[in-house]
Design a protein around this ligand. Structure first.
Ligand SMILES: [Zn+2]
Length: 148
């Protein structure tokens, strides 16, 4: 939930939902259609639905990746964002940093990588964009880096 400016999409709130039907490697996205509450929320809190986020957790030795799967791409609606959070085991902690348009760092014993994608209305093209998060890497750093 958030709002759009001409150059940025600003996410103010991310509301966690637990899916009833799950595979090990991926949450089945079918439940999205059933979430009528999402359509009502903007009227209540004056923010619009921007898209979804979901996680790709590590499963055994197979590490979660911050990429869109084929299914993820199909379920994205034009004009909406998808944020993918890869969650993997981490033996040591590392500070949060931005690299290759992704944000990553550790939280407790997990290594987290966050990637943001947007599907254009014009041609359904999906592009990965920078994820700016001043709370993770600092306000000065976030807004002084040149756009890559
Ligand atoms: Zn996915």
């Amino acid at each position: 939930m958030g709002f759009k400016t001409p150059r940025r999409i600003i996410v103010e709130y991310a509301i966690p939902f637990q899916s009833a039907r799950r595979k090990f490697t991926e949450v089945m996205p079918n439940w999205r259609r059933e979430l009528k509450v999402i359509e009502v929320l903007p009227r209540l809190i004056h923010l619009q639905k921007l898209g979804y986020y979901h996680s790709h957790p590590q499963f055994g030795k197979k590490r979660g990746t911050p990429e869109l799967s084929k299914t993820d791409r199909e379920y994205m609606q034009p004009g909406e964002i998808e944020i993918v959070v890869a969650i993997n085991d981490s033996k040591r902690s590392s500070p949060w940093k931005e690299s290759k348009n992704k944000l990553s760092g550790t939280l407790g014993k997990y290594h987290i990588t966050i990637a943001g994608f947007y599907k254009r209305k014009r041609n359904d093209e999906i592009t990965q964009y920078r994820v700016l998060c001043p709370y993770a890497i600092g306000f000065d750093y976030t807004f002084e880096q040149p756009l890559v």
